[in-house]
Design a protein around this ligand. Sequence first.
Ligand SMILES: Nc1nc2c([nH]c(=O)n2[C@H]2C[C@H](O)[C@@H](COP(=O)(O)OP(=O)(O)OP(=O)(O)O)O2)c(=O)[nH]1
Length: 136
Amino acid sequence: MYNERTMPAVVVGAAIIASGRVLACARTDQPEVSGRWEFPGGKVEPGEDDATALARECLEELGVRIDVGDRVGPDVPLSGGRAVLRVYTARLRDGDEPRLTEHEEMRWLAADELFDVDWLPADVPIARALRPILET
Ligand SMILES: Nc1nc2c([nH]c(=O)n2[C@H]2C[C@H](O)[C@@H](COP(=O)(O)OP(=O)(O)OP(=O)(O)O)O2)c(=O)[nH]1
């Protein structure tokens, strides 16, 4: 069983969907993630729930307000089991357009473009689970 000390930290990611495409972002700030693609997001801080953390990170990283939807794919273990990646679908609030602040590049990917980018390893099963969602 997990206790507070051994419970994995949660990194939440937003699969922001608009017009049948999902937003993927690439950053270069840390060598271990440099040039790899991910979903905007970050660690859930104490006192936050997943949706609050996602909304905060999307505002910080992209300057957008979002509405959080359903989970996508499984919790994927990160960094030796000390954290998990958990992704939710999200929609942009009316009129909001992402602007890059922390990332170098962003792309809106359609279902058949999901694997045109080099995802971080943990994001691969999530991208796979997104395919049927983008196709509907
Ligand atoms: N945001 C995000 N992080 C991901 C994804 N996939 C993946 O392996 N990660 C990893 C990269 C980082 O090691 C970790 C998240 O750290 P972060 O730097 O984004 O989180 P944060 O903003 O809360 O970080 P911090 O600087 O406050 O410590 O999770 C993803 O799709 N989105």
